[in-house]
Design a protein around this ligand. Structure first.
Ligand SMILES: [Zn+2]
Length: 118
């Protein structure tokens, strides 16, 4: 899928600028945006926005906390996925996740391993 294909259904999201798209190495912007980290959870998600953004200050990576992985930070200037949504019509949830973790998640999900260690 090219980064300039139509935006995926239901994703209330602006395309990242070309400079960001060019910086992506392992997956396309659309793959990072549409990969669902919450599969199987049946919360009512509305007004979902997912973006690739550059950190203006350090943030802790959500997947580092959520999956028993090593807690780690997203550094200033690092490109990462930022998602927010209205959960169960009740509260705004948001999280940030670094692209390294997204690479791991997408890799696990595909079950594909091209043997490309970095
Ligand atoms: Zn991470």
């Amino acid at each position: 899928m090219s980064p300039y294909d139509p935006r995926p259904e239901g994703l209330n999201t602006d395309p990242a600028p070309p400079s960001v798209v060019e910086a992506l190495r392992r997956h396309t912007e659309a793959e990072y945006l549409t990969h669902d980290l919450f599969m199987g959870e049946d919360a009512d998600i509305k007004c979902r926005t997912v973006k690739l953004v550059t950190a203006r200050k350090p943030h802790s990576c959500w997947l580092g906390q959520a999956r028993g992985a090593k807690p780690h930070e997203i550094a200033v200037g690092e490109l990462h996925r930022y998602e927010k949504a209205l959960v169960d019509g009740d509260y705004w949830g948001s999280y940030r996740c670094c692209l390294n973790c997204m690479d791991n998640e997408i890799g696990d999900f595909d079950g594909s391993d091209d043997g490309d260690e970095e």
